[in-house]
Design a protein around this ligand. Structure first.
Ligand code: GDP
Length: 369
């Protein structure tokens, strides 16, 4: 019925309301013949993939077809938000196809990092989340670090198969795909349409020289990541751009740290010990006594305790409390998806409360660093 309103590049239904949803085309380009969506337009004319997003249910519907293909799946995760960006249940729908885990944004960790340890940590965390991976490559799409290894691993593992690239939003998928397009693709060929059975959403197929494709799939929006909940204008303060500068706090029990107005950490019970914060340097940290914390927040939220500002806070879900018991004898991170983490340095154990907007993933994990 509406072939006229489908993208000539990828076949998606065109729309001009939601800039970040699939099929977006600016209203004045709707009548262009043949009409193509903004994503295809940018790949075609600027060799540039842009972000299109869907929620996880739609994504699973979209990619339910991968299991019946013969392909390599490249799953990009963000090392800064590992537990927030790992696609849970990926294993179920990739079937027997191998998964290569590309761990992006390693430029954020200190230069002296023990990368073997990081790789083992990643393997273990992936396994604990039910994901079997054939290989882990560490990279920074933005800085071009480890990129040769990604290209090499993709070449080696794909053989002569298609490559599906999957990831949550803001993990650097566009940045990485753009590098792959530049190194790899044959843009003289047309972008092609390939539809997954039972879905209306099509992924963009970027042709490779051997006639196979890199399939760029939409980024999944996880509302369990703080980065999806805060106002877009605050994203730049939360997403670190430079290597993390860890800040260590010596705390007594009954002390509190505020991270802007985005989260709050209470050291409820335990021996005096130190906690190291790994977050963007643009997130201001305020320290106070636990007994003063509620009052301080009520008085200063959105002002001294920011971002977000008062207007932004009104759009954020209210905080919920997560009570966490750090076991004695273990080095643990208190992880808040999208914000970063606090490492409990002592192995003395502690009882802590984390307050974060309802829905944000908060958990204890084995220390990354
Ligand atoms: P997408 O939503 O997954 O397509 O992610 P983008 O490629 O648009 O990147 C999301 C954000 O992460 C942008 O602010 C990028 O500049 C940033 N980013 C991407 N790759 C890297 C990287 O390797 N290191 C760092 N520090 N930031 C990155």
């Amino acid at each position: 019925s509406s072939a006229k309103f489908r993208c000539a590049g990828c076949g998606i239904q065109l729309q001009h309301e939601h800039r970040e949803s699939p099929g977006y085309v600016p209203a004045n380009a709707m009548e262009r013949e043949p009409a193509i969506c903004q994503r295809c337009f940018r790949i075609k004319h600027y060799n540039e993939a842009s972000s299109v997003t869907v929620d996880q249910d739609e994504f699973l519907r979209l990619l339910g077809g991968i299991a019946s293909t013969d392909s390599l799946v490249v799953h990009i995760v963000d090392l800064f938000d590992f537990q927030g960006s790992l696609i849970s249940g990926l294993q179920r729908f990739v079937g027997h196809n191998p998964v290569l885990l590309a761990v992006n944004k390693i430029d954020l960790l200190p230069l002296v990092t023990n990368w073997n340890r990081i790789r083992n940590w990643v393997q273990k965390q992936a396994r604990e989340n039910g994901l079997r991976v054939v290989d882990v490559v560490l990279c920074s799409a933005k800085r071009g670090i480890g990129f040769d290894r990604v290209v090499e691993a993709v070449s080696q593992l794909r053989g002569d198969r298609d490559v599906y690239v999957v990831g949550a939003t803001n993990v650097g998928k566009s940045t990485l795909i753009n590098r792959l397009i530049k190194d790899y693709s044959d843009l003289e060929r047309e972008l092609t349409v390939s539809r997954y059975p039972g879905t209306t959403l099509d992924a963009v197929h970027i042709p490779l020289e051997d006639g196979k494709h890199i399939v760029d799939t939409p980024g999944i929006v996880y509302e369990s990541r703080l980065t999806e909940l805060i106002p877009r204008r605050d994203l730049a303060s939360v997403l670190p751009d430079k290597p993390l500068k860890p800040l260590t706090y010596q705390l007594n029990e009954k002390q509190t740290l505020f991270f802007g107005a985005m989260a709050r950490f209470d050291f409820v019970e335990g021996e005096r010990q130190s906690f190291t914060a790994y977050l963007s340097s643009a997130v201001p940290v305020h320290r106070t006594k636990l007994e003063r914390a509620d009052e301080l927040y009520a008085e200063h939220k959105g002002k001294m305790l920011a971002p977000p500002d008062e207007e932004g806070l009104a759009e954020l879900p209210a905080w919920t409390r997560h009570r966490l018991r750090i076991p004695r004898g273990a080095q643990q991170d208190i992880f808040v998806s999208g914000l970063g983490w606090l490492k409990a340095n002592s192995e003395a154990g502690a009882l802590v409360d984390v307050w974060a907007p309802k829905g944000v993933k908060v958990l204890l994990r084995e220390s990354l660093i």
